[in-house]
Ligand binder design. Structure first.
Ligand code: FES
Ligand SMILES: [Fe+2]
Length: 357
C-alpha cells in the first residue's frame, strides 16, 4: 500500500487541516467509535448539543469509551457535555480532563486526561482540526450559504466508505485536464488550476454527457479549502453545489463522503423541484463515481509520467506538501504553488490572465 512516505510528502504521516469525521446524523444519544487519521476516537453529542471528539482509550485502564453496551447504558454515560468511561465510570469533560471519579475523593491525577480535538459542525458534517504539532486552526472552514437557504434543496450525504488509495491520488484531480473527456464525456472549453495559500481551485467549462443538456456549457468552480474539503459550484442547466469530503483513515486508506444541493426553480420549492434535486443528486453521484472507481482500482502513481498537455500535476503535488510539513514551512510550498496555472493547448477560464506551462 502506498503511504505518505512512498510519495515523499513530508515529515508528518497525516496532514494538517480540517477533516470530516462523521455526518451530523451519525451521532445520536450514544457515543460512537471512529477510526480516523490513524487514531481510535470516540465521538458523542453532549447534552448542550455540542459534538465532542476525544481519543478513545481511558487513561485509567485503557477501556474504549465507546465499548459496545446497550443503548440505554451508553446514553446514560453522557452527563452534560462530559462522558463517563464504561469500565469504572471516571468522567471526562469535553476538554479531555477527568473531573470526577465516583470512588475517590483525593485530587485527580494530572495524567487522567485524554486528547480532545477542536471540532466544528457545519452544513451537516462534523469536522475535526488535525495538527501533528497540536496548534490551533490557521484557516476557516468554507462557508456554504446555500445550506441555510430555503431555495436550495438537498438529500443525505452518501457515505462511500474507505478505499485503499492515498489522498494524494485524489488531490491529483485538481490539475487533471485530460480525464474530463474519457471519464466524464466532457468537452472542455476552458480549464485552469489556481493555488492561493490553503485554497486549491479548478475552474472548468464545457459540455457534459450527464450533468449538462445538449451543447450547453456547464461552468464548474471546484475548490479545496485545505486538504480534505472540496466544494464545487455548478452553473448551467441546473445550479448545484457538490461537496466531496475525504479524510485519511489510515496511512494509505481514505474515507470519502459525497453530497449535493440544487437550487429550486420555483419559490417556494415544489414537489417537482424536489424530484429534480433527487435526480440531479444521483447524476452527480454517478459522475463522481466515475472518478471514485478509478481511484479505488488504480495502482499508486508515485511519480506521474507527465506530458506538458496533461495539466499542472507538479504544482498540485507541491501545494499538497504544505499540509505534511511543519506550519513554519507551509509558506515555502505555497510560494512554489501559488498562481493561476493553465494547461498547454487548453484555454484558461475567460477571466484568467495566465501563461500556459
Ligand atoms: S478504564 Fe476507564 S475508568 Fe477504568
Ligand atoms: Fe473527475
Amino acid at each position: 500500500m502506498a503511504t505518505t512516505a512512498s510519495y515523499g510528502l513530508g515529515e508528518f504521516t497525516f496532514p494538517r487541516g480540517w477533516f470530516m469525521v462523521a455526518r451530523s446524523t451519525d451521532i445520536g444519544k450514544v457515543p460512537v467509535a471512529l477510526r480516523m487519521l490513524g487514531r481510535d476516537l470516540v465521538l458523542y453529542r453532549g447534552q448542550s448539543g455540542r459534538a465532542v471528539l476525544l481519543d478513545a482509550y481511558c487513561p485509567h485502564m485503557r477501556a474504549h469509551f465507546a465499548a459496545p453496551q446497550s443503548d440505554e447504558a451508553a446514553a446514560k454515560r453522557i452527563e452534560g457535555d462530559a462522558i463517563r468511561c464504561p469500565y469504572h465510570a471516571w468522567r471526562f469533560g469535553p476538554d479531555g480532563r477527568c473531573d470526577h471519579v465516583p470512588y475517590f475523593d483525593g485530587p485527580i491525577p494530572h495524567a487522567a486526561r485524554v486528547r480532545a480535538y477542536p471540532v466544528e459542525e457545519r452544513f451537516g458534517c462534523i469536522f475535526v482540526w488535525h495538527d501533528t504539532e497540536e496548534g490551533a486552526p490557521d484557516y476557516d472552514l468554507p462557508s456554504l450559504p446555500e445550506w441555510d437557504d430555503p431555495q436550495w434543496l438537498r438529500g443525505e450525504y452518501d457515505d462511500l466508505g474507505a478505499i485503499a488509495v492515498h489522498p494524494q491520488e485524489i488531490i491529483d484531480n485538481l490539475g487533471d485536464t485530460q480525464h474530463f473527456g474519457p471519464i466524464h464525456g466532457q468537452r472542455l472549453v476552458y480549464f485552469d488550476t489556481t493555488f492561493d495559500g490553503v485554497i486549491g481551485r479548478q475552474r472548468s467549462g464545457g459540455g457534459h454527457e450527464t450533468m449538462a443538456v445538449g451543447d450547453s456549457v456547464m461552468d464548474v468552480d471546484a475548490f479545496y479549502t485545505g486538504p480534505g474539503i472540496l466544494v464545487a459550484r455548478y452553473a448551467g442547466t441546473t445550479d448545484a453545489v457538490q461537496i466531496v469530503l475525504h479524510t485519511p483513515k489510515e496511512d494509505g486508506v481514505t474515507q470519502i463522503w459525497h453530497g449535493l444541493l440544487t437550487k429550486a426553480r420555483n419559490s417556494p420549492p415544489t414537489a417537482e423541484d424536489v424530484a429534480v434535486q433527487q435526480g440531479y443528486h444521483d447524476v452527480g453521484l454517478a459522475a463522481f463515481s466515475q472518478d471514485f472507481e478509478i481511484w479505488r482500482t488504480k495502482e499508486a502513481a508515485i511519480t506521474i509520467l507527465r506530458l506538458p498537455t496533461d495539466g499542472p500535476f507538479h504544482r498540485s503535488r507541491t501545494w499538497y506538501r504544505q499540509f505534511y510539513n511543519p506550519r513554519a514551512r507551509a509558506g515555502d510550498y505555497q510560494a512554489r504553488a501559488d498562481g493561476v496555472h493553465a494547461t498547454v493547448g487548453v484555454a484558461p477560464h475567460p477571466s484568467a490572465q495566465v501563461a500556459a506551462e
